[in-house]
Ligand binder design. Structure first.
Ligand code: F6P
Length: 319
């Protein structure tokens, strides 16, 4: 391996910059040239590629977002589009690619590997929805942002005796909601992995009021239900003011916390080591504090992310 490309793809996540920095500097330490591919697979297809030096990644370890830019590019599912992308890589003499992103990005990396182009995947997404890793880059920072928002909502909900419904990101994974609910002391947690029983929720809220609870914070993952409509129904049944807050894209921004910077640095360096060992179509994870790697196909098909039932139960005990 003489020349490595690196790109970030899908929703940005705090810590992606730290990962690109680690890839770049590990490559340069091994006398491998590095090329930054801007705007994800869309930029790869368009040939938006520039060589990176050690100082190209100075002052980014602490910055949120991704300086390489990111994009969603469904066209990459087309084989003809991928062939054109490989031609762009060949133009620069790039012989391997490191893809930092979520499962959509992993699929792109897998397809390129199947076409004979060596790729390694690094899990970069706030959702923590990738199999084969305990944590994805960005999850912990996003979690902190959510918990900060929940703390603020608690103040105002408690002052006004209100019920607060807080919608959190996660796509179809309840991890952000679950962890935020334990850390933020939310009274009720609704995640996609557990069937949502609206009547039971309303009963629980009313029971809580009888026990003297001044507020009720309901943490819910996006896409489970329309939270504004849910707030109206809860208000009608409980006769208590109920407000819905959608945290939205605020959750994705901000400086990565130390945990994500270290995770990203370790993963970036590990990805280059795998390439040096001649490996391809692998994705990186952290399991029990150790760096691990798995086959991307297995990760996308056979491996399941375990649902943290223990945290769900804990949240229901501690509310
Ligand atoms: O995958 C990260 C994520 O932020 C999800 O939590 C969310 O469902 C989605 O991306 C939002 O995507 P977009 O920024 O394209 O609206």
């Amino acid at each position: 391996i003489k020349k490595v490309g690196v790109l970030t793809s899908g929703g940005d996540a705090p810590g992606m910059n730290s990962a690109v920095r680690a890839v770049t500097r590990t490559c340069l330490t091994h006398d491998i040239e590095v090329f930054g591919i801007f705007d994800g697979f869309a930029g790869l297809h368009a040939g938006n590629i520039k060589q990176l030096q050690r100082n190209s990644v100075s002052d980014i370890i602490n910055r949120g977002g991704t300086f390489l830019g990111s994009a969603r590019f469904p066209e990459f599912k087309e084989e003809s589009v991928r062939k054109e992308a490989i031609k762009q890589l060949e133009k620069f003499g790039i012989d391997a690619l490191i893809v930092i992103g979520g499962d959509g990005s992993y699929m792109g990396a897998l397809k390129l590997s199947e076409m004979g182009f060596p790729c390694i995947g690094i899990p970069g997404t706030i959702d923590n929805d990738i199999a084969g890793t305990d944590f994805t880059i960005g999850f912990m920072t996003c979690l902190n942002t959510i918990v900060d928002a929940v703390d603020r909502l608690r103040d105002t909900s408690s002052s006004h005796n209100r019920i607060s419904i807080v919608e959190m990101m996660g796509r179809h994974c309840g991890d952000l909601t679950l962890w935020a609910s334990v850390a933020g002391g939310c009274e009720y947690v609704i995640v996609p992995e557990i069937d949502f029983d609206e009547d039971a929720l309303i009963k629980q809220i009313m029971d809580g009021e009888e026990k003297g609870k001044k507020h009720a914070i309901v943490a819910i993952t996006e896409h489970v239900t329309d939270v504004t409509a849910l707030a109206k129904r809860i208000e009608a049944k409980t006769k208590r003011e109920t407000r819905a807050t959608v945290l939205g894209h605020i959750q994705r921004g901000g400086a990565p916390m130390a945990f994500d910077r270290i995770l990203a640095s370790r993963m970036g360096a590990y990805a280059v080591e795998l390439l040096l060992e001649g490996k391809s179509a692998r994705c990186i994870g952290i399991q029990c504090a150790k760096m691990v790697d798995h086959d991307i196909i297995e990760c996308l098909t056979d491996m399941k992310r375990p649902f943290r039932k223990d945290l769900y139960e804990l949240s229901n005990i501690l509310y």
